[in-house]
Design a protein around this ligand. Structure first.
Ligand code: ZN
Length: 269
């Protein structure tokens, strides 16, 4: 009876692995033996969980799990109905594996990706197989720049929600987002560090500058922090020190809690 009960599809619509104890699944840098055991444990865990699940439409990986190509393919093959995917911080995918996985997820609508996934792998694969992408969140690390906008135009022309929260972003890229993605309804730039070379020489721009320099179509679509009112500030993550510390803080806060939260509620887990 328990076996039958735990296979009920209603239990598995959302598979949230973010509560896994990452200590057992993360790869210690200097312990090759532990790394192998950790990988084997994760593979076994994914196979077991996905053998029970049926009809999963939302899959959230633990932010700190190191996902291998084998685990990625196993997951993709067993979740053909996936609509939302939240990938972890570090992955180890080949170009071929990314294509195989994305081919299994033709109904995907929403994805969180980090800078550890090579953009020249993931974006062409999304563009080729996942024609229904309407939401995307970029993780921390690399700069959000024009090449990302060009990729979005090709692979997700119907994008409605974009989160580049707490991310270093080029002003030109932000302009491109509003100029070329005409279906956008919300762009989360909360605590992002916007860089524009023409703004007082160098530095992150303020919201008045943004409003004056972005295309008129951006009005009402930008989500930003107003006077410490956002989730991050409320949770005690307010940054009140100088800009150098702000940059350092953005990099240092590449953490699971920032990845989890989002003011675009459908992009929050
Ligand atoms: Zn804030």
């Amino acid at each position: 009876m328990w076996n039958k009960a735990c296979r009920d599809p209603s239990l598995w619509c959302k598979l949230d692995l973010s509560r896994l104890n990452s200590y057992f699944f993360n790869i210690p840098n200097n312990q090759p033996g532990a790394c192998k055991r950790s990988n084997a444990k994760m593979t076994q865990f994914i196979k077991y969980v996905l053998s029970l699940s049926n009809g999963t439409t939302c899959l959230v990986f633990n932010y700190n799990v190191h996902l291998t190509d084998e685990q990625f393919i196993i997951t993709a093959e067993r979740t053909p109905n996936l609509k939302r995917l939240v990938l972890p911080k570090t992955v180890e995918f080949s170009r071929v594996d990314v294509h195989v996985a994305m081919k299994s997820w033709e109904g995907l609508e929403s994805i969180n990706i980090t800078s550890n996934i090579p953009s020249h792998y993931i974006f062409p694969a999304i563009g080729k197989y996942c024609k229904n992408i309407i939401e995307m969140k970029f993780g921390y690390g690399c700069l959000f720049e024009e090449k990302h906008v060009e990729a979005l135009i090709k692979c997700a022309p119907n994008l409605e929600g974009l989160s580049i929260r707490s991310k270093m972003t080029k002003m030109e890229a932000l302009c491109g987002v509003f100029t070329f993605l005409e279906h956008l309804e919300a762009v989360n730039i909360l605590h992002s560090f916007i860089i524009d070379a023409s703004y007082r020489g160098l530095g992150d721009v303020d919201i008045c500058y943004l409003q004056n320099h972005l295309p008129p179509s951006s009005l009402g679509k930008l989500i930003y922090c107003e006077g410490g009112s956002c989730l991050r500030c409320k949770n005690g993550n307010s940054i009140t020190t100088g800009r150098i510390f702000q940059i350092a803080s953005i990099i240092m806060r590449a953490s699971e809690d920032l990845w989890r939260e989002d003011e675009i509620t459908s992009l929050a887990r």
